[in-house]
Design a protein around this ligand. Sequence first.
Ligand code: COA
Length: 159
Amino acid sequence: MRIAVYPGSFDPITNGHVDIIERASRVFDKVIVGVLRNRNKEPLFSASERVKLAELATEHLENVSVESFDGLLVEFARQHKAAVIIKGLRTVNDFEYEFQMALLNKSLDSECETMFMMTNSKYSYISSSMVKELAEYKGNLEGIVPSQIIQYIKDKYEH
Ligand code: COA
């Protein structure tokens, strides 16, 4: 069974992430979306909220599951018997950092392969920070995040 993990903070998950997950789910038998719990940046959504939003966004994909994790990504991959880490590349700016991470993860676990997928050009400008800024100023989130999670994001900014 070919298992892959797709890690990130997903604060919140966007259509760019979902596009990568959908495509990875066609290549691998199982894709585990790994939601990082510990983070330097204080997240807007708690880990359990981020997991819930990612689950809602991927409920149409049978071979995809979502879990939160702490600590090293290679450990999370090993625990789930995943030989592959999937990362999305949006622009050349993503490349240098991702290249470093892939080499670091390889040095931590020589059996761990990182595979990159080019983000769909429709979504290459999207980031989770941009989604939060848009939501804060009541911008339209249609087409940027999955429709089933729009209300959850809006609710965060309702006081
Ligand atoms: N479409 C849209 N946006 C995307 C995207 C895509 N396909 N891919 C990434 N992004 C965005 C994210 O939303 C995020 O936006 P933000 O900065 O506004 O929040 C940004 O790009 C960075 O995303 P990503 O590269 O996934 O980084 P991350 O911070 O979300 O997650 C981990 C990074 C979890 C993969 C990494 O920190 C990790 O592996 N941590 C575990 C500890 C570890 O093993 N470290 C390495 C050894 S020390």
